[in-house]
Design a protein around this ligand. Structure first.
Ligand code: ARG
Ligand code: ZN
Length: 453
C-alpha cells in the first residue's frame, strides 16, 4: 500500500508544472550504497525498478554489483520508505547529498543581467542556459574573426540549429582536424562549460603558450559546445536530471533517445535498452536521431582529415578508450593508453585529481553505439571519452565553484593529447634524437677521431 502511494507521489513531483524547477527537488536525497551480498544487490535492483528511482551510478539496475558504488537520487516523498527498506535488509548507506534542491538552486543564478552575455565579460565560472551559449558563440566569432568561424552543423529534433566553432590559424599549409563535442547528455552541465572554457583558453593563450602555438600551426580545432541542445534546454527548464534528447516515441507516450547509444557502432548490441522509457534507450535504429545524424554525416565527410575525436561527459573521472561494445582492443590500443596516461598525469599535476584510464568495457561498463567507438571504427585513430569531475560527492550537480578548477585541469589533459597528435603527424618542428641518428653521430665521431689521430 505504502509502496503504491509512494509511486503516485514520486510521479507527482516529476510532472513539470507551474512548480519552479528549483523547488522540484526539495528534500530529494542522493544515497551512496555499496551492496555486500548478492541478496542485497537483488533487493536494491528491485527497489530501484519498482520505485523508478533515478540511478546516477550505475545507470541501470542490471549493472548493480556487490562491492561497487551505487549512487541513487531518491525523491523526497520516498526517502523515508527507502531508508526503512534498506535498514530492514541490513544494507548500510550514506547520505551523499542531503538536499538536492539546494544544489540545483545554487547552480542556476536568479538574475541574468545583460552585461554577462558580452564576450569580454562572459562569466566562464557559471553555468549558462542555451540562449546565452548561442549568443556567446556569435560573440566569440565576431571578436576573434581572424581565428574563429561559426558553422551550421544541422538541426535538432525540435528544430533548433546546431553550430560548431572552428578555430583555425590562417596558413597555406594543409592541416588536420581535432574534433571535440560537449553536452551529449543533457544533465552533465560541466561538459558544455568545459567546451566554452577550452575555446576561451585557446584564444587567450595561443600566442604565448608554446604548446598551443605549436599544435595550431598544423591542426584546426572543431568544437561543438552543446550536442544535445533540446535536452540541455529541457534540463534548465523542466527536469534538471534529463539525460537524453527530446524525440517523442510511441505517439508521445515516452521521450528521448540516449544519443551516446545511437551511433552506428555495434548499435543495439550491449548495454542499451529498446524501451523508450529507459535512460539508455538506443533509438529505433543507428542514427535514428537528427542530432546523431548531423554529427555523423559531418565526421564521415571529414574523416580522412580528423586525427582525434574527443567527447566530454561527466561524472566519474575517467579517460576512456575504445571500445565499450567489445573487449577486443583496438589495433593502436597501446598508444591510446600511453597518451591517455600522459594526459591523466598532466591533469593530476594541477590539483591532484585522479583519473582512471582504460578501455570503457573493462573499467566502466559495456555500451554499444557510442560516438567514441564509432569514431574509432570509421578510422579516426585517437578517440577518447572524458568523464569529468567528480567522483560522486556532487555528481551531476557539480557546484559552480568547481567549474574553474575542473576546466583548468581538464585543459592540461586535452592539450596534452592534442599536442601529442600534432607532433606525431607533423614531426620536424622539434629536433628528434632517435637511436639511429644517435648511432650515426657516434660513428661519425669515431671516424673523425681516427682521421685526426
Ligand atoms: N556520462 C556517463 C553517462 O551518462 C556517465 C558515466 C558513468 N558515471 C556515472 N555516474 N554513471 O553515460
Ligand atoms: Zn554522459
Amino acid at each position: 500500500m505504502w509502496l503504491f502511494l509512494g509511486i503516485i507521489f514520486s510521479v507527482g513531483t516529476l510532472i513539470p508544472g507551474k512548480l519552479s524547477l528549483k523547488l522540484q527537488y526539495d528534500g530529494d536525497q542522493v544515497l551512496h550504497i555499496v551492496p555486500e551480498t548478492f541478496q542485497q544487490v537483488q533487493h536494491l535492483q528491485h527497489l530501484c525498478s519498482t520505485l523508478l528511482l533515478d540511478l546516477w551510478k550505475p545507470l541501470q539496475p542490471e549493472d548493480i554489483w556487490a562491492g561497487e558504488d551505487l549512487h541513487i537520487r531518491v525523491p523526497a516523498p520516498l526517502v523515508q520508505e527507502v531508508k526503512d527498506s534498506l535498514a530492514q535488509h541490513m544494507i548500510s548507506y550514506r547520505v551523499l547529498i542531503p538536499d538536492v534542491h539546494k544544489l540545483v538552486d545554487q547552480s542556476m543564478p536568479r538574475e541574468r543581467s545583460n552585461h554577462r552575455q558580452v564576450s569580454e565579460s562572459y562569466v566562464y565560472t557559471q553555468y549558462h542556459p542555451m540562449e546565452e551559449i548561442y549568443q556567446w558563440m556569435s560573440q566569440i566569432q565576431k571578436n576573434n574573426s581572424e581565428l574563429v568561424t561559426q558553422h551550421y552543423l544541422g538541426k535538432t529534433t525540435e528544430n533548433r540549429t546546431m553550430y560548431y566553432l572552428q578555430i583555425s590559424q590562417p596558413s597555406d599549409k594543409t592541416k588536420k582536424i581535432i574534433w571535440m563535442d560537449c553536452g551529449i547528455h543533457a544533465r552533465e552541465w560541466i561538459s558544455p562549460a568545459f567546451c566554452q572554457w577550452f575555446v576561451k583558453e585557446i584564444l587567450q593563450n595561443y600566442k604565448s603558450d608554446p604548446k598551443i602555438n605549436r599544435f595550431l600551426q598544423n591542426l584546426d580545432l572543431y568544437i561543438l559546445p552543446v550536442l544535445n541542445i533540446d535536452g540541455y534546454i529541457y534540463s534548465w527548464e523542466k527536469d534538471r536530471f534529463w539525460r537524453k534528447n527530446r524525440a517523442p516515441y510511441m505517439n508521445g507516450t515516452c521521450y528521448g533517445t540516449d544519443l551516446n547509444r545511437n551511433f552506428n557502432s555495434s548499435w543495439g548490441s550491449v548495454g542499451v535498452s529498446y524501451n523508450c522509457d529507459s535512460e539508455i534507450f538506443c533509438g529505433s535504429g543507428p542514427e535514428s536521431e537528427p542530432e546523431t545524424r548531423a554529427v555523423a554525416q559531418f565526421i564521415k565527410r571529414k574523416k580522412n582529415d580528423i586525427l582525434c575525436y574527443l567527447t566530454i561527459h561527466s561524472y566519474g573521472q575517467y579517460i576512456l578508450t575504445p571500445y565499450g561494445s567489445t573487449t577486443k582492443p583496438p589495433s593502436n590500443s597501446e598508444e591510446l593508453m600511453h597518451v591517455a596516461e600522459k594526459a591523466a598525469a598532466a591533469l593530476m599535476e594541477k590539483y591532484g585529481t585522479s583519473y582512471k584510464v582504460g578501455p570503457t568495457s573493462l573499467i566502466l561498463y559495456n555500451n554499444s553505439g557510442s560516438s567514441r567507438d564509432w569514431a574509432h571504427m570509421i578510422g579516426i585513430p585517437f578517440s577518447y571519452t572524458f568523464e569529468l569531475r567528480d567522483n560522486g560527492t556532487y555528481g551531476f550537480v557539480l557546484p559552480p565553484e568547481q567549474i574553474q578548477p575542473t576546466c583548468e585541469e581538464t585543459m592540461l589533459a586535452v592539450t596534452t593529447i592534442i599536442d601529442y597528435v600534432g607532433q606525431k603527424y607533423f614531426p620536424g618542428g622539434a629536433v628528434m634524437l632517435t637511436s639511429s641518428s644517435l648511432g650515426l653521430s657516434l660513428c661519425l665521431t669515431v671516424a673523425f677521431k681516427w682521421t685526426v689521430s
